[in-house]
Design a protein around this ligand. Structure first.
Ligand code: ZN
Length: 308
């Protein structure tokens, strides 16, 4: 089996990974649309939301069908959201990236294949969670909790990275976010600084990436989230919305203001997509980034010592 895998040219591996990723991107779309609305992800088959005509298999090819049909239903011409094709394309490209890192030129192709499936699962979960959080301001337990189990099992039993680092990173990540950004923050300010879902998501990062990855994703995510938040405020100001509060008062069905806890769930910018982005950056560039940072820090400390 190992020998056979070694004989496959890398372009074929990457092409297969791209197709595999796009197909799972197609399934991610189903989960993103249906799960938050409490619909089955299996039945019924994909259909047009406008005319209800089931989408034929030859019109359901990831990315390509969107281009061929120019983003419209073949029967009634109702437009399909570009988001479907974007998620499929994104998953395809991420899958190629994961295959490049794990499979191409791997000295142990079987282990490489196992690593590919583990990291692709993680990447799939990140994109799916980010898209759901972006639209519904919630992070589904149904993805994150099994994700923690998969991440820990993979690191301990398949990748043989030892047991404690990942278990400790998972538990500490969750406990730290709860104590500092949820319960502690609420004690000081009367509202939670982060959601419960964010804490579980970071626990999943701990299970897959270890403590270094959790810290990287948290800081990279917070930094990018802050930049986007500031840009949004500036854009609104430019549009002349200066008098309008950036965070509107949330009300329930009876027009009563929501409790701070409930309100947090609808903060204008969800944090989950930025955390997911931070985790992706860690997988693909984090190691190089941290190494460069360590070297820069080393130079700095050296210069500092020579100064005195
Ligand atoms: Zn239609």
């Amino acid at each position: 089996m190992s020998d056979i895998l070694n004989l496959i040219p890398s372009w074929q591996i990457l092409l297969a990974a791209g197709v595999f990723g796009a197909l799972w991107g197609s399934f991610a779309n189903v989960v993103i649309v249906r799960w938050p609305r409490e619909m089955s992800v299996v039945k019924p088959a994909s259909h047009c939301f406008s005319c209800k005509t089931p989408v034929k298999f030859y019109d359901n090819i990831p990315v390509l069908s969107y281009i061929i049909l120019r983003g419209k239903c073949r029967h009634c011409g109702a437009p399909f959201s570009f988001r479907y094709a974007a998620v499929e394309l994104c998953m395809g490209l991420l899958s190629v990236g994961v295959a490049q890192v794990t499979l191409v030129g791997s000295s142990d192709p079987l282990l490489g294949l196992a690593a590919y499936f583990i990291w692709f699962f993680f990447v799939w979960a990140l994109v799916t969670v980010a898209m759901i959080d972006l639209e519904h301001y919630l992070i589904p337990d149904v993805i994150v909790l099994p994700g923690i189990v998969v991440g820990l099992s993979a690191n301990i039993f398949v990748l043989r990275n030892g047991m404690w680092e990942y278990v400790v990173a998972t538990v500490v990540a969750y406990a730290a976010i709860r104590l500092l950004f949820i319960d502690g923050y609420r004690l000081l300010t009367g509202r939670a600084g982060m959601g419960e879902g964010d804490a579980k998501l970071l626990a999943m990062f701990g299970a897959f990436l270890g403590y270094e990855g959790v810290l990287f994703a948290l800081f990279a995510g917070a930094l990018q989230g802050t930049i986007v938040g500031v840009v949004m405020i500036l854009v609104r100001r430019k549009d002349g919305d200066l008098n309008e509060p950036v965070f509107e008062e949330e009300v329930d069905e009876d027009g009563e203001p929501l409790e701070p806890d409930e309100r947090f769930g609808k903060a204008r910018v969800p944090f989950g997509p930025f955390l997911a982005l931070g985790a992706l950056e860690y997988i693909f560039v984090g190691e190089h980034f941290l190494r460069a940072y360590a070297i820069a820090l080393g130079h700095f400390m050296y210069d500092l010592q020579n100064m005195f």
